[in-house]
Design a protein around this ligand. Structure first.
Ligand code: FES
Length: 569
């Protein structure tokens, strides 16, 4: 097999000349022949002035390079797209597939025998892993790591569960403008990803469970020296993989490893985004996530990690308690421990080396869980024929069985316009409905499922209501929120048929979400639906609109997913 600099030559019709030219150019960087004959480890550079979560990437790249060279390899960093949650218009999910395509094609286009992908902010790890599965060269994932916690008035705080909680208090008039500004400077006290169990932490934990990163790499704080050493170790291992040729992602992503990831997702109280991303990853490997089976896991796997928003603590506490290996030790009888990992060996070796920290109660035993069931439930019903997700570990228990009157918002713009008006006809027991916020409708399925509590109810002390939509929700959010209703309303899903005042029944025990309106009435409404507005006419927006799949298929592009049982090419 062709290795190193000879790999993937630019096509001039003369391979000898292509290599001659390539070497001539790269020597302009001052590399010696010795360096250029080594196995090459590519390293993705996702540093950006717009991405504070990736603020430590330059230091991590240096550490990975050091590790590669210590093991006799040649490191070569290259840029890819970087996406930060708060700097991605209209929403980061809209760009995930673009990042995935960019990363995959740069891995394919440039000569490298292994690759280290460094990422972390919400959509970046999923994009990079989807790319790595498709490109299928040996890959190690290096998460950037979570921020350390902040403090305010003696309280420990963090992005962004506390951002939402304190902003709600400000909206309700409990925190004044000066104090909310002070808090604003304390919620994200260092570089790194959100330090609650949001999507970034969720994906880093899932990555470890899939065996794609080194043990403990999900939880080491971004600014700790240990994070840098882990990056160095990842570089060393990547250089070994560049020589041995494996294991490649295709050897690590399997029915077993995907099931292991789902178990960990349930046990950490993970983000609802995790199941969409995992579905997209599975799709790249010609596999599928069975959402009914995922739901059955939720009944067997309790939430064991005491982290916000399901619990009380933060990622650095999870790390000091033993991290993902210690959690997996608690779940050992449910996991397939024979699943191989990129570190060499299997998950069994990782679990065997888990640290048991005396007195810690961050990672609970199964006999004393944080929540008796897992993070998420999969719902179906006449409102969601292909399903919906609720993160019931972060919901209000008294709302999990609830029937209420629908208060409908047509779009995100309509929501912004009317939610805080005094004449909005809304009561605490109503169900807030948002539509046209799905993969095609918004577009990009924004994290708008956490509809704000109407101001006039907030002032009355209402903290939670049942809210339903075809949108997603940040993993950092808390509330009784039904998400990912599929098919979405913009493609004619039943959410498009709901009218103000209709009764909606949420029955989490029986995994149902239903619109209590007669079928004949719904049929009449369906016939009256106006034709969908035409999609965008050019560019990535057109590509996205025409090819994005629904939430139950991972929102990947139809031409990137591999048919179930199909081969990677
Ligand atoms: Fe980057 Fe939360 S904003 S992980």
């Amino acid at each position: 097999m062709t290795r190193g600099l000879k790999k993937g030559l630019t096509n001039y019709g003369d391979a000898g000349f292509s290599l001659f030219l390539r070497k001539a150019f790269i020597k302009a960087m001052g590399y010696s022949d010795d360096a250029l004959e080594r196995p090459i480890v590519g390293i993705t550079d996702t540093y950006s002035d717009y991405n504070p979560c990736h603020g430590n990437v330059p230091a991590l790249i240096e550490a990975v390079k050091r590790g590669v060279m210590l093991a006799g390899g040649m490191p070569m960093a290259f840029p890819t797209i970087s996406i930060h949650e708060s700097f991605a218009h209209p929403t980061s999910m809209y760009l995930r597939n673009l990042m995935s395509m960019d990363t995959e094609e740069m891995i394919r286009a440039q000569p490298m025998d292994a690759v280290v992908v460094i990422g972390g902010c919400d959509k970046t790890l999923p994009a990079q892993i989807m790319a790595a599965i498709s490109a299928d060269i040996p890959t190690i994932v290096v998460p950037v790591g979570p921020m350390v916690v902040g403090h305010h008035k003696g309280e420990v705080l963090g992005a962004c569960t506390d951002c939402r909680r304190l902003w709600s208090q400000h909206r309700a008039g409990e925190i004044d403008a000066d104090e909310i500004e002070t808090v604003n400077g304390r919620l994200a006290p260092s570089v790194g990803t959100c330090m609650v169990m949001g999507t970034a932490s969720t994906m880093a934990c899932i990555t470890e469970a899939l065996g794609l990163s080194l043990p403990m790499s999900a939880t080491i704080p971004a600014v700790h020296a240990e994070r840098v050493r882990s990056a160095e170790a990842s570089g060393k291992r990547a250089a070994e993989l560049a020589v041995s040729g494996g294991p490649r992602p295709s050897a690590l992503i399997s029915e077993a490893s995907l099931r292991n990831a789902q178990i960990v997702l349930q046990a950490i109280g993970g983000s609802s985004n995790g199941i969409i991303h995992l579905t997209a990853m599975a799709g790249r490997a010609g596999l599928a996530i069975d959402l009914e089976a995922f739901d059955r896991l939720s009944r067997d796997v309790p939430v064991l990690v005491d982290l916000k928003p399901s619990g009380d603590h933060y990622m650095e506490h999870f790390h000091h308690a033993g991290g993902v290996p210690r959690l997996m030790a608690e779940l050992a009888d449910l996991l397939d421990l024979d699943a191989p990992t990129v570190a060499g060996g299997s998950l069994r070796d990782v679990v065997a080396r888990a640290e048991f920290v005396p007195g810690q109660d961050m990672i609970r035993p199964r006999s004393s869980p944080i929540k008796p069931q897992g993070a998420m439930a999969f719902l179906t019903g006449n409102l969601a024929p292909r399903g919906a997700i609720i993160k019931h570990s972060a919901a209000s228990p008294h709302l999990l069985q609830h029937t209420g009157r629908a208060v409908v918002f047509e779009t995100l713009e309509d929501l912004a316009l009317r939610i805080d008006t005094d004449d909005l006809d809304v009561a605490p027991n109503d169900v807030l409905v948002l539509r046209n916020a799905g993969p095609k409708g918004a577009p990009g399925m924004p994290e708008a499922g956490y509809l704000p509590i109407p101001k006039k109810l907030g002032r009355q002390g209402v903290k939670d209501m049942v809210r339903i939509s075809d949108a997603r929700m940040s993993g950092t959010a808390f509330g009784t929120i039904v998400l990912h209703i599929t098919p979405e309303s913009a493609v004619g899903g039943p959410l498009a048929l709901v009218r103000n005042g209709d009764l909606i029944r949420l029955d989490v025990e029986n995994r149902r979400i239903d619109l209590l309106v007669e079928d004949a009435v719904l049929e009449t409404r369906r016939r009256a639906l106006t034709a969908a507005v035409p999609g965008p006419e050019r560019g990535y927006a057109k590509l996205f609109h025409e090819h994005v799949l629904q939430a139950d298929e991972g929102c990947d592009f139809d031409f990137l997913a591999v048919p179930k049982g199909g081969e990677l090419s």
